[in-house]
Ligand binder design. Structure first.
Ligand code: ATP
Ligand code: MG
Length: 333
């Protein structure tokens, strides 16, 4: 059976980008396609400046949201990364497999280390090694597929390289995984800055729609989205008209349409924005409602996470133990 693993970091509130680029697929498709695990990857949120109380709050909120979007604990495994020690156990062996140079080449490291420096914060060593821990997250479960947004492609490529290298050096131990991404909205762009991706940690949130935003807030953000020069509707062109292309992507992702076909339908940007705003509001409505219900029952979410961690641990342990033996470490007995 296909093994599937993916995760989301508690670095901020879940965005429409996270939802359309990854999480929605997990719930609608991936959990039914194989043996799937989805994780709140909390250790990754410690790689940048953070407030401990906020990490705690966001971890709970994200876990609740994962259930609210429709992940069913009877069908898949939902857990918190730090509850399963196998991730960090394996990460060290992969640090011994990866090289300093390949870590420094990671686009996200370059972007986020520049941001940290600009903010006057030091660059944490864990920010450099973060893709190794992510590789461990994936390889520990023998995942065949990793459903992620486009921005994570490079990290999954690195995971593949590390798996192949480890297998060549020490014998077949890891499944070599591949990234999968949605057909539309694999890269949702910031509504105010449509050449940058919509991210939870973007400063100034006017261009970022959060999954739990009130409908009025969603409408306002979409109606204020930056469009491109030139009038009317026109063509779907991500290079020349990134703002309009982003709105078309969002509308297509929310209505099941095709962005190129939709481009011909609209004669004014105002009409496109209005329909996009309503489509986004309707897609998010059930998630917000279910989140409110589940928030009233924190005990249930905790129970799901506890069982999830037990299941995940049992799945990861044999592979991680095998990696420890393969690399030449004396078994504990
Ligand atoms: P951060 O800025 O802290 O990295 P993030 O919004 O990128 O936050 P992650 O937890 O890194 O969130 O990513 C969770 C999932 O959401 C990943 O699969 C990632 O590829 C996907 N994702 C993130 N942003 C977008 C986006 N703008 N469009 C599509 N997918 C996205
Ligand atoms: Mg990210």
């Amino acid at each position: 059976m296909t093994r599937i693993f993916s995760g989301i970091k508690p670095t901020g509130h879940m965005t429409l980008g996270n939802y359309l680029g990854a999480v929605r697929q997990w719930a609608e498709v991936d959990q039914h396609r194989g043996e799937a695990l989805f994780s709140v990857v909390d250790l990754h949120s410690l790689t940048v400046e953070h407030d401990p109380a906020r990490v705690l709050r966001l971890s709970r909120q994200l876990a609740t949201l994962l259930l609210a979007v429709g992940l069913d604990p009877a069908v898949c495994t939902v857990f918190v990364q730090s509850h399963v020690g196998e991730h960090t156990r394996l990460s060290y062996l992969l640090e011994c497999t990866a090289s300093d140079g390949e870590m420094r080449r990671m686009i996200q490291y370059r972007e986020k280390s520049a941001q940290a420096q600009a903010a006057g914060d030091g660059v944490r060593l864990s920010l450099l090694t973060y893709p190794v821990l992510m590789a461990a997250d994936i390889l520990a479960y023998g995942a065949d597929e990793v459903p992620v947004g486009e921005d994570q492609t490079q990290h999954v490529e690195l995971t593949r390289d590390l798996a192949v290298r480890f297998n060549q050096r020490y014998g077949e131990t890891f499944v070599v995984p591949r990234a999968t991404k949605p057909v539309v909205a694999a890269r949702v762009m910031d509504l105010q800055e449509p050449t940058s991706k919509m991210g939870k940690t973007t400063a100034g949130t006017g261009g970022v729609v959060f999954v739990l935003d009130e409908p009025e807030v969603v409408r306002k953000k979409v109606m204020r989205a930056v469009t491109d020069s030139g009038s009317g509707g026109g063509e779907y062109d991500r290079e020349k008209r990134p703002g309009v292309a982003n709105l078309l992507d969002l509308l297509a992702a929310c209505t099941g349409g095709n962005p190129e076909a939709l481009a011909g339908v609209y004669e004014s940007y105002g009409a496109l924005k209005k329909d996009t705003a309503e489509a986004v509001v309707e897609v998010l409505r059930p998630v917000r409602e279910r989140h409110a219900e589940l928030s009233a029952d924190a005990g249930h979410v905790e129970e799901v996470l506890k069982e999830g961690a037990e299941k995940a641990r049992a799945m990861a342990r044999p592979t991680v133990d095998a990696a420890y033996r393969a690399i030449g470490l004396l078994p504990a007995g």
